[in-house]
Ligand binder design. Structure first.
Ligand SMILES: C[S@@+](CC[C@H](N)C(=O)[O-])C[C@H]1O[C@@H](n2cnc3c(N)ncnc32)[C@H](O)[C@@H]1O
Length: 240
């Protein structure tokens, strides 16, 4: 188990530099542009006119993409610098997005509000992920769609494929914290996420393990790993 609290990890996320935030881009970083966004958008299908929560919205890039497609978006982000940046973008270019500065685990959702909840690379960054997921499901309408991505728990080791052409794993069954460029992520088993979804009246409709195409790898050879072993898992579930 880990001893890091939600507040500590949010504080660590709050110290991400302005330079990183400003350079993140309209479509997010390389991984988002080439792997996560295509998978998430294909699982959400048509978002026009839908009421959507972006849970753990970071810079708000995905909230903005969805709003530009005609969705009514609310973003929840607890880290002050990221929240402020997203609010500022909304002031500069109003898209009708509402941002709330909240910890997803402590948030008190109004039940049955959203048609869709999307959470991109967030739950593995939350110590109390169970409460966060429960709150997201509670905020969904019946038959609402829940799309979330996270580091693939089986293959999350950070390696340079050109030096080590395999991904290793050990102590898979333990929960532990791993330091990352901002805050920590928490390794947990795949079943801990899947069973939690099932216990919260959701069933999985589809999942995608994004694979980087050969064409992209030819352009970005340092990303070859994602052509052979998935780094992410993206799940679409529906609330019963
Ligand atoms: C890897 S970033 C992803 C951000 C955004 N979804 C994206 O794809 O760019 C993880 C995000 O989770 C947020 N986060 C960390 N703890 C959280 C919590 N308890 N509740 C909500 N969000 C949290 C961080 O502040 C950060 O914005």
């Amino acid at each position: 188990m880990n001893s890091i609290t939600n507040d500590q990890n949010i504080q660590e996320w709050s110290s991400v530099s302005n330079e990183i935030i400003e350079n993140f881009g309209d479509q997010g970083d390389f991984y988002r542009k080439h792997q996560l966004n295509p998978a998430i958008l294909s699982l959400l299908t048509d978002v026009r006119g839908k009421i959507i929560l972006d849970a753990g919205s970071g810079t708000g890039y995905l909230a903005r993409l969805l709003a530009k497609e005609g969705a009514y978006v609310t973003g929840i982000e607890p880290a002050t610098n990221l929240y402020n940046y997203a609010v500022l973008q909304e002031k500069k270019e109003p898209l009708g997005i509402t941002y709330l500065q909240e910890d997803l685990s402590a948030w008190k959702p109004i039940p049955n509000t959203f048609d869709m909840v999307v959470s991109n690379m967030v739950f593995m960054d939350i110590p109390d992920y169970q409460s966060a997921i429960r709150n997201c499901v509670a905020s969904l309408k019946q038959n609402g769609v829940f799309v979330f991505s996270f580091l693939h728990p089986c293959f999350e080791e950070d390696i340079d494929w050109r030096k080590q052409q395999y991904v290793s794993t050990k102590e898979y069954f333990e929960e532990y914290a791993v330091k990352q460029f901002a805050g920590h992520f928490f390794h947990r088993t795949l079943s801990s996420y899947i069973n939690l979804i099932a216990e919260n009246s959701c069933y999985i409709e589809k999942m995608i393990e994004p694979q980087l195409s050969k064409e992209i790898v030819d352009k970005y050879p340092q990303q070859e790993r994602s052509h052979h072993v998935p780094l992410f898992l993206v799940i679409r579930a529906k609330k019963n």
